[in-house]
Ligand binder design. Sequence first.
Ligand code: SF4
Length: 174
Amino acid sequence: MDIMDYTTSDGPGFRTSIYCSGCNHRCKNCQNPQTWDINHGTPTEVSEIFQHIVNNEMSNVTFSGGDPFYQPKAFAELAKMIKQNTDKDIWCYTGFTYEEIIRNPQLYDLLEKVDVLVDGRFVEELKDPDLLFRGSSNQRLIDVKKSIQKGEVVLFNYDPFCLIPTKKEKVGVC
Ligand code: SF4
C-alpha cells in the first residue's frame, strides 16, 4: 500500500513503515479498511522494499497493514534479509494473536524473525487513545525472542525515558 519514512507512531524512534495490503480480520471501525483487499496497492518486489529500507540508515523497521501475516512468506524473506544485512530491529503489527501464530508453521516462520509483535484485533470497546503504539487494550507489545525462549508471552518492556544512541547513531531503547 505504502512505505513511509521516519514514522514515529509505529514503534520507538524513527522507523521505515511498510504498509501492506490484505487483512481478513475485519475489525469494527478499522482505520484502514482500504487495506483489506489484497489486490489494493502496487505489487512490489521484496528486494525493492529491502533496498528502500537500507537506504534509510537512521531508521528501524515496522511491518504493518493490513496484516503482514496474510503475506507471511514474503515478509519472512524481507525480515531475513534485514536481519542478515543490517542491525535494524523489526516491529510487526498483526490482527492474529501470538497464540494463533505459534500454532501455524507458516506464520511462525515470520514471527521468529521479528523483534516485537503488536498482536490482536482492534476492539472498539477497548479503544484507549493513551495506549502506546496500539489502539485497544487487548493488543500487546510482545518481546518475541524472550517469549519463544520462555515458552510463554513476555511483554516488551518499553521505557520511553530510556532512549540511547546506538553505535550507528540510530535511536535505540534500553
Ligand atoms: S487487523 Fe488491523 S487492518 Fe485488519 S481489520 Fe483489524 S484493525 Fe484493520
